[in-house]
Write a protein that binds this ligand. Structure first.
Ligand code: NAD
Length: 495
């Protein structure tokens, strides 16, 4: 097969001089740095973006504040829902353009960009649109005794918290931005988003679509830049709440910076070292298919992906054999080729990091499939399986965020739980078995924000998602996000 044709709209967008999107319009940045956007499949620079300077950051926050107190405050809840649905319509109408931009910037296969970054973004927008009319407080009858026959009643209001400073990583550059934009807008907040410096384009296009949908200027602003721009944004005194998704190391800095700046509320969605457990009765065919899909989708660059797999000793050879057979069938190549299932890593630092882990695995003599960089242009590495020597191995402990799964046999359930939980992370885990009694006993003992059964990495807008322990603070989706994007006000009345 061959690469799909790049739409003329995409080519035109790539050739524009990009910068920021502030107060409903594109602007070049006042920063001193230029961000080169590199296609990871070819290593060619495909666009350039001027970075935000402090004047842009002030302007974006001022615009978001004006909209928060002005046009957006006057927009009724049902209208907010209508506008988010209109944005979803426009995402669908411009699906191929957005998908091609996402693939060119991230190396994600085109069918995945179409299905996830575009298709699921529309679903998330529609889900959050529904919440706009359903955010409520409580009525309360106070218990304090009356002194002179007076009575009391009380109620709570959920008020939008203000301007959200959202920081987004590169792996799902549009969809993770959409999660934060939709949560902000449905609750009545406005937002300034800083995309990753590796993927600055899709959210710029989404912001144009937001204006086309009728969302007032200033409600959605995009600032492009490196970490320093992100830091200036989260420490800005006009930001009421920070919503960060990225690595644990940056998340700690962001949390500390936001607190120190202005006691700014903060939710952190961070990395993971996600465990999958295959119990003795596992359906090996189903588990292998599930692990191949969720461990290697987007070249393993998914925060919740299974990175360490504990297999009952009686099944591990069979599992590794079938995993290896499955990987041998994987079609590796250009992410713009519709027949390809596995493309390049998303950027050069990510390539260097993953190659470091592959070197480590080879040094330990643990690689049982793959393990090397591919000899071609682009940031391609082989999908890799590692048979670990112990739960303390580097590849069993550190997040690779790449196409590398490590396997370890287990015999004893208590020892297994010790290994799973002896990790700074607690994002997700999965258990593969039809022995439901055993599964339900394991679930409360696993320290993770999400546990899947006979599946892995299934995110749905109605189900809260977030990390325990070092994987983060707060939850996205479901009703759980509402408390993070609103301030609770209590009103007590005497009558
Ligand atoms: P990263 O932490 O390097 O960067 C994330 C974002 O933070 C980027 O936009 C970056 O410019 C910005 N940034 C960097 N330094 C900053 C600072 N001092 N202050 C403010 N912002 C700063 O992460 P990454 O490499 O882009 O993403 C990969 C990581 O994200 C992985 O660890 C992955 O597990 C995690 N992730 C988590 C989730 C989740 O929902 N839990 C989802 C996707 C990715």
């Amino acid at each position: 097969m061959a690469d799909i044709a790049i739409l003329s709209a995409v080519q035109a967008f790539l050739h524009k001089q990009h910068g920021q999107f502030i107060d409903g319009a594109a602007r070049s940045g006042s920063g001193t740095r230029t961000i080169d956007v590199v296609d990871p499949a070819t290593e060619r620079t495909i666009a350039s973006v001027s970075s935000a300077g402090s004047a842009d950051i002030d302007a974006a926050v001022a615009s978001a504040q004006a909209a928060f107190h002005g046009a957006w405050a006057r927009t009724l809840p049902y209208q907010r829902g209508v506008l988010l649905n209109r944005l979803a319509d426009l995402v669908e109408a411009n699906a191929e353009e957005l998908a091609q931009l996402e693939t060119l910037c991230t190396g994600k296969s085109i069918h995945l960009s179409r299905m996830i970054d575009v298709g699921q973004s529309a679903i998330f927008l529609r889900y959050f649109a529904g919440w706009a009319t359903k955010i409520t407080g409580e009525t309360i009858t106070p218990s304090m005794p009356s002194m002179q026959g007076e009575q009391y009643t009380a109620f709570t209001r959920r008020e939008p918290i203000g301007v959200i400073g959202a920081i987004v990583p590169w792996n799902f550059s549009m969809m993770i931005g959409v999660w934060k934009i939709a949560a902000a807008l449905t609750t009545g907040c406005t937002v300034v988003v800083k995309p990753s410096e590796f993927t600055p384009l899709t959210l710029l296009r989404l912001a144009e679509l937001a204006v086309e949908a009728g969302i007032p200027p200033g409600v959605v602003n995009i600032l492009n830049g490196y970490g320093d721009a992100g830091q200036a944004l989260i420490e800005h005194r006009g930001i009421a709440k920070v919503s960060f998704t990225g690595s644990a190391a940056t998340g700690v800095k962001v949390g500390q910076g936001a607190m120190a700046a202005n006691l700014t509320r903060c939710t952190l969605e961070l990395g993971g070292k996600n465990a999958a457990v295959l119990l003795p009765d596992v359906n090996v065919y189903g588990a292998v298919a599930g692990l191949l899909q969720t461990g290697f989708v987007h070249q393993g660059q998914v925060c919740a992906a299974p990175e360490r797999v504990f297999v009952h000793r009686s099944r591990i050879d069979e599992v590794l054999d079938k995993m290896s057979g499955g990987l041998a069938q994987l079609n590796i190549g250009s992410p713009l080729d519709e027949a390809v299932q596995f493309g390049p890593l998303a950027n050069k630092p990510q390539l260097d990091k993953v190659l470091g882990y592959l070197d480590e695995a080879r040094r330990q003599g643990q690689v049982c499939h793959g393990g090397r960089r591919l000899d071609r242009a682009g940031y391609f590495v082989e999908p890799t399986l590692v048979r670990a020597g112990s739960a303390d191995d580097v590849l069993m402990r550190e997040e690779t965020f790449g196409p590398v799964i490590s396997f370890l046999p287990f015999d004893d359930e208590d020892e297994l739980l010790g290994w799973i939980n002896d990790s700074p992370y607690g994002l997700s885990a999965s258990v593969w078995s039809n022995d439901l009694s055993r599964v339900f006993r394991l679930i409360p003992r696993i320290q993770a924000g999400t546990v899947w059964v006979n599946m892995h990495t299934f995110l749905d807008p109605s189900v809260p998602f977030g990390g325990s322990k070092g994987s983060g603070i707060g939850r996205e989706f479901g009703s759980a996000f509402i408390s993070d994007y609103t301030e609770l006000k209590s009103v007590i009345m005497r009558f």
